[in-house]
Design a protein around this ligand. Sequence first.
Ligand code: CU
Length: 312
Amino acid sequence: MAFDRPLKIPPLAQSTVSDDGTRVFDLAMQRGTSDLGHGPDTETWGVNGDYLGPTLRADRGENVRVNVTNDVGETSTLHWHGMHLPAAMDGGPHQTVEPGTTWSPHWTIDQPASTLWYHPHLHGSTASHVYRGLAGMFLVDEQDGPALPGEYGVDDIPVIVQDKKFDGNQLDEDGAIFANVGTLGDEILVNGTPGPFLDVTTERVRLRLLNASNARIYNFSFDTGLPFRLIGTDGGSWRHLSRSAASNSPPANERRSSSRHRQAPGTCSAALRPICAPISGRPASRAATTASTFSNCALRPPWKRTNRSRTD
Ligand SMILES: [Cu+2]
């Protein structure tokens, strides 16, 4: 496929600080239309926009409040995936947000620096609401966190990977075989961008990988087989994870350097690597498909920018 569209970077969410020092975000779940590769009229949902949502960012120790307004016309919820918080603030199926209302959970951020995400968690409709586009990242920062590339959108890049199925120019939600877990698509978007490229400007790049697909498991790698370092998961950086807490983690030798990384739906991780190749997602066996490989995104360093659109 041609990598001819600049990778969209979700904006950082605006926030205000109230008199008592609480950081306040305003999020509106809404309907819109987006160009996901099939023209501009694809009906989508988004948070503060037409598709996906802004990236929230807060420091460990901060008190935060998020005003979540539901403008999609259907009951939904907004769940803070991976966040340590009181159950009543979690945004699960018990904290529904009715159409036209606002829900304002608040909590104190108290966990290691990590890459988290938010998404609806409505009983029976989580997959379809995420599929339509309600999802975004929530980054937790820490004063004494590891020294890593941290300039958002420059060398610290959100990579939200989703597969989509289209019926004409509209999203097809008929999951057929995978109806119980959501739709399995045959086209890949990164941050809502089909065929994306990103011109990177630094030698080290941190990728925050979020598998926000319904059903597909990916084995991420670079087309050239370049190794990268897996530096964390949605539980925080490896530094913070005990062996028992890291039951899904790769073996110790793979943590330092790896050329392949398997990731299930709904999970985040972060990888670090000098970039000079497309990232590929190879479907794992559970989610069988006719295509064997997807190239998700071409990340191009300055010394390889002769072709504006690399094909693969
Ligand atoms: Cu979740």
